[in-house]
Design a protein around this ligand. Structure first.
Ligand SMILES: NC(=O)c1ccc[n+]([C@@H]2O[C@H](COP(=O)([O-])OP(=O)(O)OC[C@H]3O[C@@H](n4cnc5c(N)ncnc54)[C@H](O)[C@@H]3O)[C@@H](O)[C@H]2O)c1
Length: 431
């Protein structure tokens, strides 16, 4: 680390690693820190530990430059001027943000901090956390924030799979604890070329978590509508088409298994101090009850699931990703297993071992599209499923990936329907 500008990134996960590679690709000397030996081993071997569009090529390009060094202790990060924190910030199950990883990293760093350091929190954090970290550093080290040390929040809002596209286009929110901290963090992130939007730390924190709350709520509404339609014997895709068609004042999204590592927990960062306690919990309960709603709907149509083969297509939390964290598919599988069903799973993207499609759907009495991967879309896959599954199999497709326009359809009926008879509205993707 001897060039004029260096940056450390603590936490080489789905946010931190693409960021570290991008800094290095823009000419900075980067120290990537992660305490997971598996992550460091993969990178040392020149291999991305997860799929993110374009990043394997980026790693191949960056490694030979020698601008990316790796280390395992957060304290090592103090070798660089700018320290970006991209570690996990889960929530406790009792509606409270869990800051233990952030506290642990900051505690490791504390003795190493020196005047001139900037600490930039890139992780998603509850309102007030940046000010807490600044106060904690001042209290524990006696360094003056804004003079000796600079502290800012620069939230990550990029969607999985789009990092390299959005790092240079998505407005980069910078909330410094003071002017000098904002200036410092802005100068670090400015090299990517995206517009920099300066604000206060708490506004940056609120903007990030409410970006996700908006999306989580946006998807809860069609999921609730899907449940209402089942009650009234209505077709949710037709109702959505009636709502959206040529309507000039916005539209409703499509139903689906809404979850993922951000959407599933970030609402709790607001809910822990909410003025309307329970409102976002209700949103979460709608999304979280989709698997049970599907299982109940299946049982109403085919009866007892005991010893019946059920094929679940998709294990990851969203389309075309290999990220299984906080997916609702495992919950769906557990619920099916509690009905004593024989569950077969197929996911061409998931790192967990699953079966090929032909094997998973062979003789299945029920086939559920749990993730709308591109491999599960369209008439060809519908024909494959219908030809291999049991004669009277039930197809369950909350995404309308197969294009039958039916949430629940018996295979004979599904095959007779012209694919795409009811057009599903374009669904915005989950983060
Ligand atoms: N994944 C996303 O798409 C996404 C998008 C926007 C924001 N975020 C937020 O960004 C943050 C990181 O998310 P992620 O998905 O990259 O998490 P992740 O779990 O994939 O990565 C975190 C990494 O930090 C490492 N780590 C944790 N504590 C450490 C420590 N003390 N020292 C060294 N390494 C440590 C872990 O080993 C892990 O590799 C979270 O706050 C998340 O909410 C994630």
């Amino acid at each position: 680390m001897n060039s004029s500008r260096s940056v450390s990134v603590i936490g080489l996960g789905r946010v931190g690693l693409p960021l570290a590679l991008s800094f290095a690709d823009h000419g900075l000397r980067v120290l990537g820190v992660d305490h997971d030996a598996g992550v460091l081993a993969a990178l040392g071997a020149g291999r991305m530990p997860f799929a993110e569009t374009g990043t394997q090529e980026l790693l191949d390009r960056v490694l030979p430059t020698g601008r990316l060094e790796l280390a395992e202790r957060a304290a090592d990060a103090a070798r660089a001027d700018d320290i970006v924190i991209t570690i996990g910030t889960p929530s406790f199950s009792h509606i409270e943000s869990d800051l233990r990883q952030v506290r642990a990293a900051v505690d490791d760093l504390l003795p190493m901090l020196r005047p001139g350091h900037a600490l930039i929190l890139r992780s998603t954090i509850a309102p007030g956390t940046t000010e807490f970290v600044a106060g904690y550093l001042e209290k524990r080290r006696g360094l003056r924030v804004g003079e000796d040390l600079f502290v800012a929040h620069a939230p990550e809002r990029i969607a999985a799979g789009r990092f390299l596209e959005e790092i240079s286009t998505l407005p980069c929110i910078i909330g410094g604890v003071d002017e000098a901290s904002s200036e410092r963090a802005a100068s670090t992130f400015a090299l990517f070329g995206a517009p920099i939007v300066r604000t206060t730390p708490v506004q940056a924190e609120l903007a990030k978590i409410w970006t996700n709350i908006l999306r989580y709520t946006t998807f809860a509404l069609p999921n609730l509508l899907m449940m209402d339609c089942e009650r009234y014997g209505a077709n949710v895709f037709e109702v959505i088409d009636l709502i959206n068609r040529d309507y000039p004042r916005g539209g409703i999204a499509s139903p689906g298994m809404t979850a993922g590592t951000c959407l599933r927990k970030d609402f709790a960062f607001s809910e822990e101090r909410s003025n309307a306690p329970g409102m976002l919990l209700a949103v979460s309960r709608v999304n979280e009850s989709v698997p049970l709603f599907l299982v109940e709907g299946i049982k109403r149509r085919v009866g007892n699931l005991g010893s019946r083969k059920v094929a679940v297509l998709g294990l990851t939390f969203k389309r075309d990703t290999d990220d299984e964290r906080d997916s609702l598919a495992p919950k769906l599988i557990r619920l099916l297993e509690r009905e004593l069903a024989d569950v077969a799973v197929c996911d061409p993207h998931a790192p967990s071992p699953t079966q090929p499609l032909e094997q998973a759907v062979q003789d299945a009495g029920v086939v559920i599209v749990a993730t709308n991967h591109s491999e599960f879309e369209g008439p060809a896959i519908l024909s494959e499923i219908v030809s291999r599954a049991a004669g009277d199999s039930l197809l369950v497709d909350p995404w309308n990936a197969l294009g039958t326009g039916q949430l629940f359809a018996f295979s004979a009926e599904a095959a007779a329907l012209s694919p795409g008879a009811v057009q599903a509205p374009a669904r915005p993707e989950m983060t």
